[in-house]
Design a protein around this ligand. Structure first.
Ligand code: IMP
Ligand code: MG
Length: 172
């Protein structure tokens, strides 16, 4: 069951204000193509894009990588981008980087389509040795290894609509 709130709605909102300013500076004079990795990133992406001043287009990619609380280690493309990203400045939005496997595969896939730039915005990154090399350009919060739900993050498709991020304790 849900154990405790890790990141409140207010904490997340304040962090998004800061991240949006950083993104505006990084993409000044450019046009941004925001790519949300469905479904978990949707809440993060929409709340962040509403704060941006730079012109932005949006597309989505859906891959399957997880069942329950353990990683399958593989991804399939469930829903591909609708846009051609050749020569575009792409910013990928991910909900949480856990092992980093999903993002590594998505980076390879999208990198092969030759965008002008490909950067990463992640709401959460778990502090784990296996994802240390993943270059997150815009990070919301670094968290521990615990399983979390809410603000887009699910447990078997539940709890995505919580306004905060909460720790899930399987033992309770
Ligand atoms: P990775 O491939 O191990 O980095 O896992 C990435 C994906 O697994 C995320 O996009 C989430 O969908 C899911 N995931 C990993 N950790 C959590 C968690 O704590 N809560 C909910 N989903 C998670
Ligand atoms: Mg999930």
């Amino acid at each position: 069951m849900i154990d405790h709130i890790l990141l409140s709605e207010e904490t997340i909102a304040k962090r998004l204000d800061v991240l949006a300013k950083e993104i505006d500076v990084a993409y000044a004079g450019k046009e941004l193509l925001a790519v949300g990795i469905l479904k978990g990133s949707v809440f993060f992406l929409t709340d962040l894009l509403k704060r941006l001043q730079v012109p932005v287009a949006v597309d989505f990619l859906q891959v399957r990588s997880y069942a329950g609380t353990s990683s399958s280690g593989n991804i399939n493309i469930v829903h591909d981008l609708s846009m051609d990203i050749l020569d575009k400045d792409v910013l990928l939005f991910e909900d949480v980087i856990d092992s980093g496997l999903t993002l590594r595969k998505i980076l390879a896939l999208l990198g092969s389509r030759k965008p002008r730039s490909l950067r990463i915005a992640a709401l959460l990154k778990k502090k784990l040795p296996e994802n240390r090399d993943i270059p997150v350009d815009f990070l919301g919060f670094e968290i521990g290894p615990e399983f979390v739900v809410g603000y887009g993050l699910d447990l078997d498709e539940k709890y995505r609509n919580l306004p905060h991020v909460a720790v899930w304790d399987p033992a309770r």
